[in-house]
Unconditional design. Structure first.
Length: 136
């Protein structure tokens, strides 16, 4: 399991990996209780929710499979050294490792250049910050 996620990075709807006993599953954040230092995670497959300590939560690396699960589509086009993923008016140009920037997020008149790969919950937070809509 990867490093834990600071609770202040998590928002409702964010996707994370949650570990219980020896099993790790993907779920989405329902609520964060900063006082109790826990996050409630929902799991689609069995319609359940459980509270977790930060050390039992880990980020999901962003990759093409996760982008497709988030309903982005890969566009064929002229993007030298990179791939273009689109969801409505929001787009991501993903360059090969070693290229700087590695990711460019674009929505209407705002662009963000990111120097390294990010995690799914970080993309969800960027998306919300740029569009005011949740990406789930």
């Amino acid at each position: 399991m990867q490093a834990m996620i600071p609770l202040n990075e998590l928002k409702p709807g964010d996707w994370v990996m949650a570990k219980y006993e020896e099993e790790t599953k993907q779920g989405s954040i329902v609520q964060v209780d900063h006082e109790a230092k826990q996050a409630c995670v929902a799991f689609e497959e069995n319609d359940t929710e459980y509270w977790y300590e930060p050390q039992d939560l880990s980020p999901i690396p962003l990759d093409e499979a996760q982008l497709l699960k988030l309903q982005f589509t890969l566009q064929n086009g002229n993007t030298p050294n990179g791939k273009l993923y689109v969801k409505g008016p929001f787009s991501i140009i993903w360059y090969a490792p070693g290229h700087h920037p590695q990711l460019i997020l674009h929505y209407r008149d705002e662009s963000r250049q990111l120097g390294e790969a990010i995690m799914v919950h970080q993309l969800q937070n960027h998306y919300h910050g740029m569009t005011n809509y949740s990406l789930a």
